[in-house]
Design a protein around this ligand. Structure first.
Ligand code: IPM
Ligand code: MN
Length: 349
């Protein structure tokens, strides 16, 4: 019996999560595992009602679950930063989910904006460090609001944090058993302190993995190659900020936010799985948002929980639905409603 904490969140989060749970239930029935869910109402609505972002004790309660299934955080009536930092980033940090795992995979039948590229060219995974870097919140303002003000925001890179991320990436690349190539994405020509550390640890840890090819590219070049030659990549490892940026680009080349899923992983603790597209407020309640990203996040959750076969079969069903049913992955243009897409995946299961 898996205990899953559900934070459906804002906007279209609840609609997407409902389809994800529908698919998880079908997979549970087929593969003979059980799960129970508890819903937590964290998000913009609750904040606007109570003034509270995360209630006292919430993080400790979430810690007792086997996994967290997250819809989306972000509300148009709440100032940017409050919910993102107060919920999403706080959970990532306090639950020490130091890996953000984001597969970039183009499924057959999905429209790709890159001319001449197909599923055989786009299949890689980004391992994004998820607890440090520019996201650490280190810095501050001096003389705020005056003509002389100063804003400082520092990237924090600890050897421990860098090393555990790189080790995860090498292990993941090994397990994935694809090209056996790990690309470090950095900026060693300018950010010499931070990425100097990344590069040194990359080479030291990499020496323990002789069968993994080590590759390096600057972040700007990675953006170019992801468009020009995405087939070069197998696993990319990078810091928090660069990982944030390149995975939005990754989502676009795999068919858009409708399909892009990610896992915030603490290999020794509680992990959290989410569609990476956000709350899409303008589509809320219309039954038009694409739930496949949430469904894929659910599959990633099963994989990490140890239900690899069920995870794989969900991915297969998603692939089938993309290849044979959907007109587009974009909200409102799928040819089906949100709940119908969930039903199609269940039917394929
Ligand atoms: C993501 C998002 C978040 C991030 C925001 C909402 C804080 O863009 O998950 O990629 O920057 O990490
Ligand atoms: Mn992002």
């Amino acid at each position: 019996m898996y205990r899953i904490a559900v934070v459906a969140g804002d906007g279209t989060g609840p609609e997407m999560i409902a389809e994800g749970i529908k698919v998880l239930q079908a997979a549970a029935l087929k593969y003979g595992f059980n799960f129970e869910t508890k819903f937590f109402d964290f998000g913009g609505e609750r904040y606007l009602r109570t003034g509270e972002v995360l209630p006292e004790g919430a993080v400790d309660e979430l810690r007792t679950y086997d996994a967290i299934y997250l819809g989306a955080i972000g509300h148009p009536d709440v100032k940017p930063g409050i919910l993102e930092k107060g919920i999403l980033l706080r959970l990532r940090f306090e639950l020490d989910q130091y890996i953000n795992l984001r597969p970039v995979k183009l499924y057959p039948g999905v429209e790709c904006p890159l001319v001449g590229k197909g599923p055989e060219h786009i299949d890689f995974v980004v391992v994004r460090e998820n607890t440090e870097g520019l996201y650490a919140g280190t810095g501050g303002l001096l003389r705020e609001g005056t003509p002389d003000e100063v804003a400082i925001q520092t990237s924090v890179n600890t050897r421990m944090g860098v090393e555990r991320c790189l080790r995860y990436a090498f292990d993941y690349c090994q397990r994935r058993n694809n090209q056996k190539k790990l690309t470090l994405c950095g900026k060693t020509n300018v950010l010499t302190y931070a990425f100097g550390l990344w590069e040194r640890v990359f080479n030291t840890v990499g020496a323990e993995y002789p069968e993994i090819k080590r590759d390096y590219a600057h972040v700007d070049a990675i953006c170019m190659w992801m468009v020009k030659n995405p087939e070069w990549f197998d696993v990319i490892v990078t810091d928090n900020m660069f990982g944030d940026i390149i995975t939005d680009l990754g989502a676009m080349i795999q068919g858009g936010m409708g399909i892009a899923a990610g896992g915030n992983i603490n290999p020794q603790g509680v992990s959290m799985f989410e569609p990476i597209g956000g709350s899409a407020p303008k589509y809320t309640g219309q039954n038009v948002i694409n739930p496949l990203a949430a469904i894929c996040a659910g599959a990633m959750m099963l994989d990490v929980l140890g239900e690899a076969e069920a995870a794989q079969i969900i991915e297969e069903a998603v692939k089938q639905v993309c290849a044979t049913k959907l007109k587009s992955l974009a909200a409102g243009r799928m040819g089906y409603s949100t709940s119908e897409v969930g039903d199609l995946v269940v039917a394929h299961l």
